[in-house]
Design a binder for this molecule. Structure first.
Ligand SMILES: [Zn+2]
Length: 252
């Protein structure tokens, strides 16, 4: 197995986890930047994520062109991924989802903001992109680089951006990072809807969000990843993490 093969396995595992944790259903997708070719990324062929296998993983240029053999029809919304990798050299993995508890926050004035410590890294100021502002009446899908670049502009330097009437997109520095944030964004949305029905909500402060985001480290990702792997019957492969400076004190 090469490092690239290992990364494809990781991506397949991530597909299954995100579907099992309700971030993705039959739709939505996760990509990772190619480790040797920063101008390329890896993404499954258009298929329900829970069903993805290693042979489904395809390689694309940032413009969404297929590199090498095609295992099938590509996702029509692959431009979300390419446009973000183009705009954000720091981003190594992207999840685009229609997370069911997140969507209500895309169509109301109710702001999405973290209320629980595990959810802090979604960020305190989450933009909501509306495709209609620039492109008028569409089917709401990001089906070109022009639309993808407009979305990437709204995302800016944030970790998450909502997409009105559609879903959201989450970015990270690794597959495990972006999966973790995506799972906890959906949970934050679910908890926030419940909290709002009970009365006035106390959100995390900007200082708390910064402290949590800074403290989240490999150990935290590993603890979630191992559990989620078991839940979908995929092998857990431990990644090195630093018990020293980067040790997370935020995972409880
Ligand atoms: Zn979508």
């Amino acid at each position: 197995m090469t490092a690239l093969d290992d990364l494809k396995e990781e991506l397949v595992t991530a597909n299954h986890i995100l579907a099992n944790e309700r971030v993705l259903d039959s739709f939505g997708h996760i990509s990772v930047r190619h480790p040797d070719e920063p101008g390329h990324f890896l993404l499954s062929r258009a298929r329900a994520p829970q069903l993805a296998v290693t042979g489904d993983i395809m390689e694309f240029t940032l413009d969404g062109e297929i590199v090498g053999a095609a295992s099938g029809k590509p996702y029509s919304e692959r431009f979300i991924h390419g446009a973000i990798y183009e705009a954000r050299p720091d981003v190594l993995a992207v999840v685009h989802n229609h997370s069911p508890n997140v969507v209500p926050f895309t169509v109301t004035r109710q702001r999405m903001r973290p209320i629980m410590h595990m959810c802090g890294p979604i960020g305190g100021d989450i933009p909501n992109w509306d495709i209609r502002q620039k492109f008028g009446d569409t089917n709401l899908l990001v089906t070109s680089m022009e639309i993808g670049r407009d979305f990437a502009t709204t995302l800016g330097s944030n970790t998450v951006a909502l997409m009105r009437g559609h879903g959201s997109t989450v970015v990270g520095r690794s597959v495990r990072d972006v999966v973790f944030t995506s799972v906890y964004m959906e949970l934050n949305a679910e908890m926030l809807i419940k909290a709002l029905s009970m009365g006035e909500v106390t959100y995390l402060s900007d200082g708390e969000i910064a402290a949590i985001t800074k403290g989240r480290a490999g150990f935290t990702f590993e603890r979630g990843w191992e559990n989620w792997c078991r839940r979908v019957g995929r092998p857990y492969v431990a990644q090195d993490w630093n018990m020293g400076e980067g040790f997370s004190k935020t995972d409880g």
